[in-house]
Design a binder for this molecule. Structure first.
Ligand code: NAD
Length: 431
């Protein structure tokens, strides 16, 4: 089957490459000519473990190619996936300009029956909008479907190949059959399929990300309670998470959620409810708690390191989570912003995200590695829990720094151990 994947970002590139791995012929289209040129010359423009091999394997097999020619991609495909960005507008609602543009291009260039599938995270009603565009501008038959994506950056390839579920929303049997055929390798390994209407599928994505965000904000509130009451959030989270009705995942406290999905999708869910005349109170509170959590990190740093003006901070980690170069809405950057507002000088290091960070903040000081970052610093902030930061040589760090002070926003280190070694140490929620 011929597939056209429109939008070759974190989602489109992984989905396109993995569908090619399932045996489909996939053309990945993007309007960013530099990105396509890089992919055509064998360079993968994002950091995502395992992705390079999947791309290389499928390009060699002739099942995967890259182009800026959307017209050709549309003409050749039976299924067209829309995986373009849906960034937030200032009022929190998702900007559907790119989705609309692609729908208009599909209407203009389609040359026979197509199933148009939204992979991007889009608000309910988007399927209907696409349908209207196609119906108004094209005489060909089509189906519109929703197939939201749940992969996590940093483990996107394995998430795509071994998902917890596949959600297919469509209004007609033909589209459902085509999507089941596309995902048949997963069907064979007994991945659960949720087959529903387009609107329910669109809402499943917001409900899922909204719920995960609630869990994170909840444990961050518990972390604050632990600090006030002298309890240890790790024990509390474990005690909660062993209850199967709660589950232990996403109960890790930290500097708040970031990335390209949770902040945007919670804002979109709140906006979607508002548009429908409803106040989605739990989501509204989750967003507020996250903002408060991000901003309270500077208080923690000040409490451990003293007045910050004129001091040098070594910040380890810039990406919003480990194993990705994505810095969108990264809590690490919020912390850096607050540090600089208070007059601190910031040196930073990240194993993968420095090119992206440099493009956005050319004026930051970037180090070669964790030790280079710590050299001459008054305190160290562990902002993203990359594996390379988990077993740092603490004596070496101490010999390079002006003071043994660590603010560990990801609770990587054991407070008692660090204190025994003479460090001033602050974690999150560790009483
Ligand atoms: P991204 O910004 O990395 O990639 C989007 C790509 O679309 C860009 O390369 C851009 O050039 C391209 N594009 C925009 N308009 C285009 C057009 N008219 N024609 C061709 N290409 C066009 O975004 P992403 O992180 O891959 O996210 C895409 C969607 O998937 C979003 O709706 C997001 O919410 C959703 N999503 C993301 C993740 C994730 O972890 N990143 C997970 C699940 C769902």
């Amino acid at each position: 089957m011929n597939i056209c994947m429109v939008g070759t970002g974190y989602v489109g590139l992984v989905t396109g490459a993995c569908l090619a791995d399932f045996g489909m012929n996939v053309v990945c289209v993007d309007k960013d000519a530099d990105k396509i040129a890089a992919l055509q010359s064998g360079h993968v423009p994002i950091y995502e473990p395992g992705l390079e091999e999947v791309i290389a394997r499928n390009e060699r097999a002739g099942r995967l190619s890259f182009t800026t020619d959307l017209k050709r991609g549309i003409e050749d495909a039976l299924a067209i996936f829309i995986a373009v960005g849906t960034p937030p507008k200032p009022d929190g609602s998702p900007d559907l300009t790119f989705v609309r543009q692609v729908a208009e291009a599909i209407a203009e260039h389609m040359n026979g029956y197509k199933v148009v599938v939204t992979k991007s995270t889009v608000p309910t009603g988007t399927g209907r909008m696409i349908e209207q565009i196609l119906r108004a501008r094209s005489r060909h038959e089509f189906s519109v479907a929703s197939n939201p994506e749940f992969l996590r950056e940093g483990s996107a390839v394995s998430d795509f190949l071994r998902p917890d579920r596949v959600v297919i929303g469509a209004g007609d049997a033909r589209a459902i059959e085509i999507l089941k055929e596309i995902y048949s390798p997963l069907y064979l390994v007994e991945t659960p399929f949720v087959i529903t209407d387009v609107t329910s599928a669109e809402l499943i994505k917001y409900a899922s990300n909204g719920f995960l965000a609630v869990k994170i904000s909840f444990i961050n509130e518990i972390a604050k309670m632990c600090e006030l009451m002298g309890a240890d959030v790790h024990d509390v989270a474990r005690g909660m998470g062993l209850d199967k009705r709660i589950g232990g995942k996403f109960l890790h406290p930290g500097p708040g959620f970031g990335g390209s999905c949770f902040p945007k999708d919670t804002a979109a869910a709140a906006d979607l409810a508002r548009q429908a005349g409803y106040n989605f109170e739990i989501i509204e509170a989750t967003i507020r708690v996250n903002e408060k959590t991000k901003r309270r990190m500077i208080e923690k740093i000040r409490a451990a390191a003293g007045p910050l003006a004129g001091k040098t901070a070594a910040v380890l980690g810039l990406s919003f989570k480990p194993e990705t170069d994505d810095i969108r809405e990264s809590p690490a950057l919020a912390v850096i912003e607050d540090l600089r507002k208070e007059g601190a000088r910031v040196r930073a290091f990240d194993p993968a995200a420095m090119p992206n960070a440099r493009a956005l903040h050319p004026d930051l000081e970037y180090a070669k590695d964790a030790y280079d970052c710590a050299a001459g610093a008054d305190f160290l902030v562990l902002a993203t829990e990359w594996n390379v930061f988990r077993k740092l040589d603490l004596d070496r760090l101490a010999s390079l720094m002006r003071s043994r002070t660590m603010i560990d926003l990801r609770n990587v280190y054991e407070p008692a151990e660090l204190r025994r070694l003479g460090w001033t140490y602050a974690g999150v929620g560790r009483g």
